[in-house]
Every structure is written in C-alpha cells, then in structure tokens.
Design a protein around this ligand. Sequence first.
Ligand code: CMC
Length: 436
Amino acid sequence: MKPSDSKATLSFSDGSPSVEFPIYKGTIGPDVVDIRKLYSATGKFTYDPGYLSTAACESKITYIDGDKGELLYRGYPIEQLATNCDYLETCYLLLNGELPNVQQRAEFVSTVTKHTMVHEQMHFFLRGFRRDAHPMAVMVGLVGAMSAFYHDSMDINDPKQREISAIRLIAKIPTLVAMAYKYTIGQPFIYPDNELSYTANFMRMMFAVPAEKYKSNEVLVRALDRIFILHADHEQNASTSTVRLCGSSGTNPFAAIAAGVACLWGPAHGGANEACLTMLEQLNANGGVAKVGEFMEQVKDKNSGVRLMGFGHRVYKNFDPRAKLMQETCKEVLAELGLEKDPLFKLAVAMEKIALEDDYFVSRKLYPNVDYYSGIVQRALGIPTSLFTGIFALARTVGWIAQWNEMIADPEYKIGRPRQLFTGAAPRNVKPIAQR
Ligand code: CMC
C-alpha cells in the first residue's frame, strides 16, 4: 500500500472541526481513503450497506476493472489463463503469486493428486442426509465436517499447516461434490483415479459406474476445466468476503470455507446459474422463443419480482469477460455433442439479443454474466441443474483459501466487526405484563 501525496478532508456543516485522512494507492484501480481513525476523531461511522464504496482489505490476488470488462488473476488476463493454462496451474498461481515452471507444476499436481481421497468415515457422515437433500446443503455440511477429520492442519498460525489445508480442500472438494451427486441418484461412490487429470478424475467420479469402463472425452474435460478457471476467484465477492469475515475470528479454514459455500448458494450469487437454467427450461416449456418478448416485459416490470437471471453484475458495467469465454465454451461443447440446435441455447441467444438492444438493460448497464451460459454447458456435460452451484463451489475453493491465507498472513489483520446506524427503539423501561 503506497501513500498518495494528496489527502482527503472531511468537513461538517454542524461546526465540528474538519478531519484529514490519508489516501493510499494500489498498483491499479481506485485509490482508497483510509478512514480507520474516523470514529475516534469524530464519533461518527461511515454508512455503506452492500459495501458499494468500501475496500474491506488490501489484496494482491485478483483485480477487476468493471468498466473495461477486465479480470486479472495475479496480473494475468483471464482470457490468457483460460486458453494457455489448466485449472491446477491457475490454482498454483492464485495460491503462490506466480505461474509454476515445469518442475513446480509437476510437484503441485502430484501433491494435490495424492490428497484426493477423503476419510472413509465421510461416507457414513454423508449417508445421514436425505437422498433428496439439495447438494449445496450436503456440501455445507461436508466441508464444515472436514474440520472434524483433519485436525492436524488446523493451526492457522503455522504457514505449513495452512498450506496443507489448502491442498486438502482443493483436492478433496471434487471427491465430495461427486459423492454428494452419487448419493442423490443412489449409485455407488467412485473412488478417485490418480492416473487422471484433476478435471478428468472429477468427471469420472461423477459419471462412471463400476459395471462399465469409463472413457474421458478430452473436449468435455477441457470445457469443464475452463469453467473451473473462470470461477476460480473473483476478488471480494459476497462468498469470499464471508470467508474472510468468518476466518477473521481465527476459526479453522474448513469452517471458514463452509461459510463461503453457504453464502455462494444464494440465487444472487452462485445460485444464479441454477436459477438461470430453470428460467430457460420454464420458458422453453411455455412457448420458447415466441414468448421471449412477453417474458422480457415481466422482467422489466418491477412489481413482477422476475429478474433475468445470468444478467447484471455489481462490478461489471460493460461486459463480463468470463461470459464471452463461457459462450465460446458453450458452442464448443454443443458442437462436440452434436447439440448445435439445443433449444435452450437458442433461447438464451434470442434473449441476450433482445436485452442488449433494450433501453431497460442498456441504461442500467446489464450484460450477461458468467452464469448466463454456464448452465447450458454444464447441462450438456450431463451435470444436473441442482449441482451447478456445487461445481461453482468446487472451482471457487481455491480463491477462498488463497484469500483466507492472505488475510491470516497479513500482520494488520483484525477480526471483522462492522458497526451500524441504529434506528430502533431508544432506551425504555419494561412495564409489568398487565400494563402492556
Ligand atoms: N434483471 C432485471 N433487472 C435487473 C437485473 C436483472 N438480472 N439486475 C439488475 N436489475 C435492475 C434492478 O432492478 C435495478 O433497477 P432500478 O435501478 O430501476 O431499481 C438496477 O438494475 C440495479 O440493480 P441492483 O440489484 O441494484 O444491482 P446490484 O449491483 O445490487 O446487483 C446482481 C447485482 C448480480 C445481484 C443483479 O444484477 C442480479 O440480481 N442479477 C441476477 C442474478 C445473477 O445473475 N447473479 C449472478 C452474478 S455473477 C456470478 C457471481 O458472481 O456470483
């Protein structure tokens, strides 16, 4: 954090003395006004619900320029990572700050691969869930439960233990997601195969059955790997901020990541891909492309409570670079599977076209986000809708753990404790019940 030459001065119309605050510069992006002394100097808080103007931490991991539609992991554009690297290289980058060389890559892949199995007792824990439980409900439970299984990597003050926890989470979450899926469909769990790549192994654990030989399709493996890269981190989004806030109390990493999984589940965040596909399926069943105009009128009507899922973003106000890559991936997957005429894809394209030309969306700067096409790709890969957010959680785990690790290693880190503007009752006395 570099101090800027300029300072910010806050003045008050009630005669209170004005206060000066330092300004810091990042490498790129907006400067920040350091208001940490605001309360002690003035007795006042800032008010910023939804954190529209608040930088909650200093970070070196991911940078987004929402106006330019730019997303950088450790300085590298997402487009270059998605086309030149695989997911595990991206994980290494997010965790360590640099892309691995050949030897570092081989060691990292080998370490992650050796941690893919989960404690056998996890199977019995999983069996306690109802078969029709939502996979995200199961994931919140399973990830939190990891803290009951891996006691030897929970000292957050030991960097080596933090590293082991990071590897365990990245390696085991695919196994847990696949187990959660197999459980809901009543098929036997498939153990990891360490001969396969990270993503090919995940697909095998999802789709193989013991009775048949399973063969990976490289185009589909590459598509899912790209989905993982595109979702790997996204700066201080809701679930990452949840992980940081939860982890700021000093809790163990598995508990903090479980909090992130819970937050991700919501339809305004990771649940959007599931909600988007459900929206497309419903529209397809109720008239398809012919009914798009009518549906869009509902979306624009504030009283309808209907949103165009997969559209809009708090940060991207021009385009979401991940959405472009996802649309390309979508076309590749549909072509590989001979599904070029997929009705949901056609519907999505028709709706996107209308939205991009409609003043409602243009004036509010609403564009397709990463989730708009990701549901169509995942459905084509054979992933059930209810598991989409689980896939997102799998991919985002590395971002959560990298951000958590950065926070714990920061000597300035403190427990997160926002304040409030209280508008409830002023102090009053309890009356005896007969007088109330
Ligand atoms: N459909 C219709 N109207 C919308 C939409 C949408 N998808 N998104 C925003 N608006 C309108 C909203 O009604 C508001 O209009 P007005 O100014 O007239 O009141 C305006 O646009 C600004 O919306 P907001 O809710 O104040 O914006 P936000 O920055 O708080 O919300 C968002 C961002 C992503 C939650 C929101 O755009 C949304 O709900 N989108 C649909 C859900 C979705 O696709 N989420 C995935 C986000 S990307 C993946 C991830 O990071 O998890």
